[in-house]
Design a protein around this ligand. Sequence first.
Ligand SMILES: Cc1cc2nc3c(=O)[nH]c(=O)nc-3n(C[C@H](O)[C@H](O)[C@H](O)COP(=O)(O)OP(=O)(O)OC[C@H]3O[C@@H](n4cnc5c(N)ncnc54)[C@H](O)[C@@H]3O)c2cc1C
Length: 385
Amino acid sequence: MSYVRRVLVVGGGVGGLTAAATFARRGVEVVLIERRPAFDLPGVGLGQPANALRVYDTLGVLDEILATGFSYDRMHLFDLGRRLIVEHKFLLGDDRVPAFCALSRLQLHEILLGAAERAGVQVRLGVTVSEIHDAMDRVDVQFSTGQCDSFDLLAGFDGIRSTTRLHLVGTAFAPRPSGYGAWRVQAPRPDFVRGMEFLQGIGSKTGAMPLSNGVMYLFHIRPEAAGADFAGQDLARLFKERLAQYSSYVAEIAASLNSDSDIVYSPIEPLMLPWPWFRGRVVIGGDAAHTFAPHLTQGAAMAAEDAFVLAREVLDDEVPVEARLMRYSMKRYPRCAFVYTFSGQWLHDEQSVRSAQDLETARAELTLNASARIGVSDRILNGPI
Ligand SMILES: Cc1cc2nc3c(=O)[nH]c(=O)nc-3n(C[C@H](O)[C@H](O)[C@H](O)COP(=O)(O)OP(=O)(O)OC[C@H]3O[C@@H](n4cnc5c(N)ncnc54)[C@H](O)[C@@H]3O)c2cc1C
């Protein structure tokens, strides 16, 4: 019989915290290590769709999340002058969970950390893994502190630059620049921004996501050179220039940007690792295995689902652990590949609007089809995992 009684979780993001709390709540001894010396993440927020909220419900923190964030059930597509193109009512959620609840990344991490600690997870900050050695029925680890230990399973939720992924597949699969980047900044929420919204521009897209009654975040997606590394003092000027074509609250926020504004820029670097996502007793999930264009706001949600399914499959029965990890990989891959394809196509479609005429063509197409298209995605993502 092969038992999984001690698990090392590498990475304290949404995926790692959810994995650690889920394993611990099912009686497993869990050590979670996080490279950062503190859980002090930069601002901006995360829209959490119903499928993620259902996972958080299993950790007993749904009410806390809903009380902290801003729930909404629809999205709007506008043009660059904020003239409505289409309204979409999400087909996500049920009587218990709303379609979406968005909150700051830091708040979500704090809530999940609380769940992990209450479940008995040992959290070690400022620690990484230096060496991993596969053994028949365990994995031996040396930490950056020099300490060595053995576990029944190592679950790497260590993000887009995962070293656990390197251990599994070397450099064969790495996130590649898409040629697009995402700009974000928090701003006061105008009362009329009551759900996620996109403003389709010419050569770029912008939009907003409410995070609380008082605050939302503004995002902007556009072509950016691969490897672009903008200096902090240039961010406000560059962001302002990039928002110049938009009106309404976007123009007001652009005008207010200055060197104190907490602007975050990230390149969009998609990755979809073919399964299996494990070797021996080492397995990965979350951004370590897949990263998406942000359009479906499903990145952290897929990390949380991975964590939940991993614990369920690994603890479900007593077939060899490798068979359980294979089952985990095979269950997760199609769903994540769907998000990868759908959001990637959406990114390319919106970014191909390069002229006023393209915008009119896109307006007609979106009016006819966008809600039905997103509705199909909703139905898939609202289904069982
Ligand atoms: C512009 C943008 C907008 C987005 N919006 C949304 C959204 O609205 N909704 C949504 O669901 N998702 C969204 N996402 C995606 C989401 O941010 C990620 O998918 C999610 O954070 C992945 O979680 P994770 O736990 O897998 O990885 P991460 O959050 O990256 O966490 C990994 C953790 O591991 C730690 N770590 C790394 N290496 C090591 C190591 N060797 N040892 C120990 N610790 C290590 C890191 O410090 C980090 O804390 C967005 C992404 C972008 C770029």
